[in-house]
Design a protein around this ligand. Sequence first.
Ligand code: PLP
Length: 419
Amino acid sequence: MELRPPGWRESLSDRHNFILETSPMRRVYCDANATTPLAPEVLEAMRPYLMEESGNASSIHLEGQRARKAVEQARETLAGFFKCREAEVVFNSGGTEGDNTAIFGLVRAGDHLITTAIEHSAVMRAADRVAERGAEVTFVAPRPDGRIEPEEIRRALRPTTKLISVMLANNETGVLQPVEEIGRIAAEAGAYFHIDAVQGAGKVGFDVRRFGCHLCAISAHKIHGPKGVGAMYVRRGTPLEPLLVGGSHERRQRAGTENVPGIVGLGKAAEVAMEALTDGTMERLAALRDRLETGILEIAGTAVNGAGAPRVANTTNLRFDRLEGEALVIALDLKGVAVSGGSACHSGSTEPSHVLLAMGLNKRAARASLRFSLLRTASDEDVEQVLRVTPQAVKHLRALAPEEAAVSAEDESACRYGQ
Ligand SMILES: *Cc1c(COP(=O)(O)O)cnc(C)c1O
């Protein structure tokens, strides 16, 4: 190991570079809800469109028409995925854009928006922004098991309610939300209904008609597709104002030259994801997740957040009493296991998860919680490795004085952001 100057403090990226360069250790990636690697068949499908098939899908020459054909084939696949018409599929840059488009595209000053206290920040921050601009927003709290009670949505309705936005599956706990019931409530109230389905996509069956939604956002990189591309279902006749204007791409719903390789990759990823729903992959993942939970729960002072609710197969959110989750993330990382302390969008901040706080956990309990989210390709060996290293790491961290752990966590964030 090289020598560090006195007073030198390691930053997170220094530490990661050091690990990356020196560690021959087998890595177990348990952070699929943050992002997933490309499936090999997705890369194969994209490759020609990154290289020789590089036409602009809006050009009329042969090169353009070949790109157009690829985009329209992907649209057909996505229509099968959402179970909607091809004309109701809009390609965009991912989940954040889909969520932002739904909220900014429908909610004006004076309108009322109902969403929940457990949404992804792509919905939460958009809701905050329309509130600043004169809309009214209600954030419905979940039950302690992380599930939104549809009746609470009904109670929040006002004559001015324009949009209801509820996620399909929570990214931190994996808890599935009762979107069909909420869809019926929206229909009765004459409100539009948006679903952030980024974490439900590829994990549960999809049918936007059954969900009763007008809008539904998914993202390729959460389903083994490329980063920076996504799709949105927009029910015919929904008066959605585009977020981006310019060219007349995507039926004037989303300007900008089509990301042809990305769209082709999303199409392939959606195809593979649909297969994985029926070939036993989800049952296998659920069994691995259960094995992981059972193993961790053998450690004293642990619990599953959201245990009582229906959940997607790959996710578990575990609480380790008497330790700092962030410290355990780092300890497990050094042992070859990648997990996260909740949403990747908040990692690096020591703020406890808004999702867990909304479920009624106190700050200490929320900070003591970690998310393990398995890749579709997770193996028995992966779970066994996690179960080999975790009890040790927990024991070690708990042996440190809790006060000391809290102070050093504060120190570290001051060091990372201080200046
Ligand atoms: C990842 C995620 C998003 C954001 O998707 P991007 O494609 O990364 O912008 C939105 N909602 C949920 C629930 C997510 O997990």
